[in-house]
Design a protein around this ligand. Structure first.
Ligand SMILES: Nc1ncnc2c1ncn2[C@@H]1O[C@H](COP(=O)(O)OP(=O)(O)OP(=O)(O)O)[C@@H](O)[C@H]1O
Ligand SMILES: [Mg+2]
Length: 240
């Protein structure tokens, strides 16, 4: 199966402002996300997960190595929907993603309704943002990405502020989108430090201190990867 995304011997540095030394945050990262996979990147706080996402999104320069993103477009959804939602209603927020595409109003309508349906927000297009729950806001942020028909979703801890019910609701939605994609091309890189989410992964990898230290090629290998993560946390003195 061909890769949606592949990093080879990737090094990325951060910092270096105001005379400070920049430091390597990603160190020799090798990672392959297959097309049609929900690949989960697991790692503790500060391990470099968001740095990897930002690099894939083209926001950070590569120091050395290679990064190829074979499927386009790719869209990012981040942790806190309050930071990404900018317009006053559900409808305008999703339609905003299409503003530069010069589409007929009927096509915009169709695409916005489809994206809202995909995240189970149909019937809420007239709602103002202030009336939405945290889970609904995160679904809306997801719809804002989906309306642009991405082939790769970069999802950075998008369940962080959700209760358990919404956490698994959003997870199920993403899994269903990937499994239901008619071309089997939609892929997602799901960043998390919540190991219970890995039960939904098609494949996964473990990042520690900027390095990929473990890989699960499929769901049958995920249990071992989660145990490796727990061991990393224990060795680094985290309460588990
Ligand atoms: N803007 C920045 N400038 C300098 N260093 C940074 C910057 N952002 C992050 N770092 C450093 O890079 C390292 C990795 O941070 P990153 O945010 O990628 O980790 P993370 O795995 O996403 O953590 P979290 O789970 O807390 O979101 C940390 O040591 C952090 O201090
Ligand atoms: Mg992060």
């Amino acid at each position: 199966m061909s890769a949606a995304l592949e990093a080879r011997r990737l090094w990325v540095k951060r910092g270096g402002g105001s005379g400070e030394q920049s430091k390597a945050v990603l160190k020799n990262v090798n990672l392959r996300v297959q097309r049609g996979h929900l690949h989960m990147l697991l790692g503790k706080n500060g391990s470099g997960k968001s740095t990897f996402m930002e690099t894939i999104a083209g926001l950070l320069p590569i120091s050395s190595g290679e990064l190829s993103v074979a499927v386009q477009p790719c869209r990012v959804v981040s942790q806190n929907p309050d930071h990404s939602i900018i317009l006053p209603t559900v409808w305008s927020e999703v339609a905003f993603g299409l503003w530069d595409q010069d589409l007929e109003p009927a096509v915009v309508e169709e695409k916005v309704l489809k994206a809202l349906r995909q995240v189970n927000l149909e019937g809420m297009s007239a709602s103002s943002i202030g009336t939405l729950s945290g889970g609904q806001k995160q679904r809306l942020a997801l719809a804002g990405a989906l309306v642009e028909s991405p082939k790769l979703l970069l999802l950075d801890e998008i369940t962080s502020f959700l209760d358990v019910e919404n956490q698994f609701g959003v997870l199920r939605t993403v899994k269903d989108l990937i499994q239901g994609d008619p071309e089997g091309e939609l892929s997602a890189l799901w960043v998390t430090h919540r190991s219970e989410e890995l039960q939904y992964a098609s494949s996964a990898s473990l990042m520690d201190k900027g390095e990929i230290v473990g890989v699960a090629a499929d769901q049958s290998e995920v249990g071992d990867l989660v145990r490796q993560f727990e061991q990393v946390c224990r060795l680094q003195g985290d309460v588990w």
